[in-house]
Ligand binder design. Structure first.
Ligand SMILES: [Zn+2]
Length: 492
């Protein structure tokens, strides 16, 4: 009898070690406030419910083989987890979570300690796991060195380092033709430092130290002389690197292109969603009409752009009227505009759905990607009447292979700038940047975005959308992003 009891105890102990020890509540702190998600203490580290977290950060989880492998997509980065395996494939690179991913009641759990640094690399914000507070901190105000642009010019190369506030810096050269920029107190967004393909630059490294950040730029032979200046609106450090082999054409003396902007980013199309009998979504409590909100934000944005003498603004509508989606695209294309920004309000049957979101258009490359895009599109299309009544708004047309891909990278970059500026200017949660096949964006041959400012179907956010202050702040955020984009891309 005693043996049997012992055996049962042993089995129970073994089972116990395989199932979560103690359930804990994990806090996720974002600019939009603190939310709680499910977690458990494994005895070693704390696991968090990745499905719940992905909802908060605007990511997506897709199961590849039910109960076996899942892919988390965050801001264009892919993490593939395998249940009971500690390995995670991040964009093709294998990393270890130390402890295995767990599948519990259909949800994927991962150790917060080891997953937070991986997520941190993929996101623009600083993401830190605070074990004491059992809190995942997603800090949007963290970086002050936010982006980098390298533009080749006729007589050299212009490197621009974008900053969110005025930062101190010190430039010095070291052996091997390295140009180093030291930022005391700098916090650098390393996700923005990409591989370069430039006549002047071999490579760029970014380093984050405890009290400073550093950019190390290795220059090619014949490129070592530079000039520097600091510009505002948007704030950026400009480093002009001279091409020492450049010989100005004597016949065109005085006409040589200087290092600096030439091609302009100045014609901006502001598209107020819906209009006329196309009301768009309707607010749950006050019956607010999306078409009125979008027009007001569009007008505020146009006002800001016009005040800035570097822009020419075209509005697809400036009154309460129906403008077919094709016509909107035609207006933009005929004007040979440099950018198209469509303004909308989100809506959901889920009352609690909240936050802003920026979309750019992306084509579906193959049947499985198409199926994913179709699934991603469906809720939006249902929620957005203008997309259904456009006349050619069926998915086959939306997802056709004719979709322009030329401005994909610029559109994605613009979307991230919009997302960043929205995070700074309005207090709502970011649902992350996403892509989908939108009719209104699919025919415009220029960088384009669609901004869902807030959920009109959420009572709190409907109230916000009704306030002039919120609409002005939204317009200001979009304007700041356009300025940022202009500064980065002018002269390319
Ligand atoms: Zn809409």
């Amino acid at each position: 009898m005693r043996k049997i009891i012992l055996a049962i105890t042993l089995v129970a102990a073994m089972l116990g070690s395989a199932t979560p020890a103690a359930a804990v509540e994990i806090k996720v702190k974002t600019s939009g406030g603190t939310e709680k998600i499910e977690g458990f203490d494994s005895g070693q580290w704390t696991y968090l419910n990745l499905c719940e977290l992905s909802d908060i950060i605007g990511a997506k989880i897709e199961w590849r083989k039910i109960g076996y492998s899942a892919v988390l997509t965050v801001d264009g980065h892919h993490f593939r987890f395998t249940v009971e395996s500690p390995y995670v494939n991040c964009d093709g690179e294998v990393n270890s979570l130390v402890l295995p991913a767990k599948l519990i009641k259909g949800a994927l759990f991962v150790p917060a300690e080891s997953f937070a640094p991986l997520l941190d690399k993929a996101r623009q914000e600083n993401i830190v796991w605070d074990p004491g507070a059992q809190m995942l901190r997603i800090d949007t105000e963290y970086f002050n060195i936010t982006d980098l642009a390298i533009n080749p010019k006729e007589n050299g190369t212009l490197i621009e380092v974008f900053t969110s506030d005025s930062v101190q810096y010190q430039i010095y050269q070291t052996e091997g033709n390295w140009l180093n920029i030291e930022f005391p107190g700098g916090k650098i967004n390393r996700t923005k430092i990409m591989a370069v393909n430039s006549p002047a630059v071999i490579k760029i490294d970014a380093f984050q130290f405890e009290n400073s950040a550093q950019l190390a730029i290795q220059l090619r032979k014949g490129f070592s002389k530079f000039r520097q200046s600091y510009k505002t609106d948007p704030r950026r450090l400009q480093i002009a690197i001279e091409d020492e082999s450049f010989v100005p054409d004597s016949t065109a003396a005085g006409l040589t292109t200087r290092i600096g902007p030439d091609d302009k980013v100045d014609i901006i199309v502001v598209d107020a969603g819906h209009g006329g009998k196309e009301y768009g979504a309707i607010g749950r409590k006050w019956g607010t009409r999306e078409k009125d909100i979008t027009l007001d934000i569009a007008r505020e944005l146009a006002k800001l752009l016009r005040k800035d003498n570097t822009f020419k603004v075209i509005m697809t509508r400036n009154k309460d009227e129906v403008v077919p989606l094709n016509t909107r695209a035609k207006i933009a294309n005929d004007a040979r505009a440099d950018m198209f920004v469509s303004i909308h309000c989100n809506a959901s049957t889920k009352k609690t759905a909240h936050g802003f979101q920026v979309f750019y258009l992306a084509p579906a490359k193959n049947d499985s990607a198409r199926a994913v895009a179709q699934a991603e599109n469906a809720p939006f299309l249902v929620d957005d009447p203008s997309l259904k009544t456009s006349g050619d708004g069926d998915l086959a047309v939306i997802l056709n292979d004719m979709i322009q891909t030329e401005f994909l990278a610029e559109s994605a970059d613009l979307a991230y700038m919009m997302d960043m500026e929205m995070r700074k200017n309005i207090t709502l949660k970011s649902r992350g940047v996403d892509h989908a096949g939108f009719v209104v964006l699919n025919r415009v041959y220029m960088p384009s975005n669609l901004v869902e400012t807030a959920f009109i179907s959420n009572v709190d956010e409907e109230k916000l959308l009704r306030s002039k202050d919120f609409r002005k702040k939204s317009a200001q955020a979009i304007y700041n992003a356009i300025k940022r984009f202009q500064a980065k891309y002018e002269g390319k």
